[in-house]
Design a protein around this ligand. Structure first.
Ligand code: HEM
Length: 414
């Protein structure tokens, strides 16, 4: 195991199943030099350290990444029919980041999250009842995708566009992961432009008539008498909310159910907790799923000045990937880290949502979706198992990791 080459991180098979790689490299070198000017950070403490040093480890990585993996002319020509990508939340540093984060924080107020919960339970129960009729199905297709898509679509005023929201979201994710053939790159660029024109029309509608949703709040947002947001800025925020809110939560929901199926002792504890209305254990189950699944497996940082991390010299201009998924299985932090334990005492300290100023803005929303989903699933259905002959697999993506299909069988509870 110990001779896994550092550069094999780019191997699609390793990226799809990276755990041997983490186990081999974490004790040897928590900061792995991947290639010229590119590093991987694997340990919990060093990921935390880097997320806290925003003056050195910058989130302004979009331009560098697109420079490193330049758009080809055909892709650029398609994108030119839309709006330019501007840095707002994920890919901005202070003070720009601070301004946008304030605006979106306001829109994700407690009042809105509370209003969502009732709606969420209705959606969850509806999806479960539709599955229960059949006794089998693809959990990703029938539950994992539609729940977060419905929740985020209603927040951004696209509840009537569920299929399109998913299609656009997939296109952005594929562009981010960049392990796609040229044909798909062209298709993704067309999806991006279609998304932008669609949302731009909705922005114009809301400029004329205010509505009660997050998009309208953003269109009319003003903090400290600052200028209103421009179209390209609103498009960037909307795109991030849509993308970040979909694929990651789908992966967490499906990955968590698979963990429960594969660990019958933990499944029994979770069912007992759901039956007893033991919210604390269900919430801890959610945290343990997030820790062990870590759907956002890694996130980039661009290094602004010569520095060192864990004793490794990192030059200005380097790209560093904080590998949250490896940090979440760091044995120094989580004893027996590969074991799925819904009663793990420090599960909630995981880095699945990152840490510091960029910590996930949707964390409360996705935690709530997962808690409602598992408690309703476990009280309404039973005897979950994988469909005969199915072996779960994960498509390669440099940043996100999640199941794209999970065929299961189950019974309705008596
Ligand atoms: C299980 C589900 C989710 C996971 C694992 C996840 C993971 C993450 C992580 C790791 C980051 C930090 C990135 C960094 O370190 O630079 C992040 C940021 C972000 N997330 Fe999530 N996320 C999830 C759900 C959501 C949802 C539901 C939304 C929106 C509705 C959302 C919106 C965002 C946004 C806008 C940012 C950027 C925040 C900033 O830079 O200030 N995420 N997410």
């Amino acid at each position: 195991m110990n001779d896994i080459a550092a550069s094999s991180f780019f191997d699609p098979q390793v990226i799809a199943d990276p755990f041997d790689y983490y186990r081999a490299w974490l004790p040897k070198s928590p900061v792995v030099p991947l290639s010229e000017g590119m590093f991987l950070v694997l340990s919990y403490d060093l990921c935390v350290q880097a997320t806290g040093a925003v003056d050195i480890f910058s989130n302004d990585f979009q331009a560098t990444l697109s420079g490193a993996m330049a758009e080809d002319g055909d892709v650029a020509a398609i994108l030119a029919e839309g709006w330019p990508q501007v840095d707002t939340l994920l890919t901005a540093d202070p003070p720009v980041h601070t301004r946008f984060r304030k605006l979106v924080n306001l829109a994700f107020s407690m009042k809105r999250v509370a209003a969502i919960e009732e709606d969420m339970r209705r959606v969850v129960v509806g999806l479960i009842e539709a599955m229960a009729e059949k006794g089998e199905g693809d959990f990703v297709r029938d539950f994992g995708i539609p729940l977060p898509v419905a929740m985020i679509a209603s927040q951004i005023g696209m509840e009537k566009d569920l299929d399109r929201v998913k299609r656009w979201s997939d296109a952005f994710v594929d562009r981010l992961g960049r392990m796609i053939p040229k044909e798909r790159e062209l298709e993704c660029a067309r999806e991006v432009v279609e998304f932008q024109h669609h949302v731009k029309a909705k922005i114009d509608e809301r400029r004329a008539n205010r509505t009660d949703d997050l998009l309208s709040d953003l269109v009319h947002a003003e903090v400290d008498g600052e200028r209103p947001l421009e179209d390209a800025e609103i498009l960037s925020i909307m795109q991030q909310l849509m993308v970040a809110g979909n694929e990651t939560t789908t992966s967490a929901l499906a990955g968590g159910l698979l963990q429960l199926i594969e660990n019958p002792g933990q499944m029994a504890k979770a069912v007992a907790a759901a039956d007893a209305g033991d919210e604390r254990t269900i919430l801890n189950l959610v945290e343990e799923v997030l820790r062990i699944e870590s759907p956002t497996a890694g996130m980039w940082r661009r290094v602004l000045k010569d520095t060192e991390l864990g004793g490794v010299a990192i030059p200005r201009g380097a790209m560093v990937q904080l590998r949250y998924a490896a940090a979440n299985r760091d044995p120094a932090r989580y004893p027996d880290p590969d074991r799925f334990d819904i009663e793990r005492a420090n599960a909630r300290s995981h880095l699945a949502f990152g840490k510091g100023i960029h910590m996930c803005i949707g964390n409360m929303l996705s935690r709530k979706e997962m808690a409602v989903a598992y408690s309703e699933l476990l009280t309404r259905l039973t005897d979950f198992r994988l469909a005969d002959g199915h072996t779960p697999s994960w498509p390669p993506n440099m940043l996100l990791r999640g199941l794209t299909t999970l065929p299961i069988m189950f019974r309705r509870r008596a």
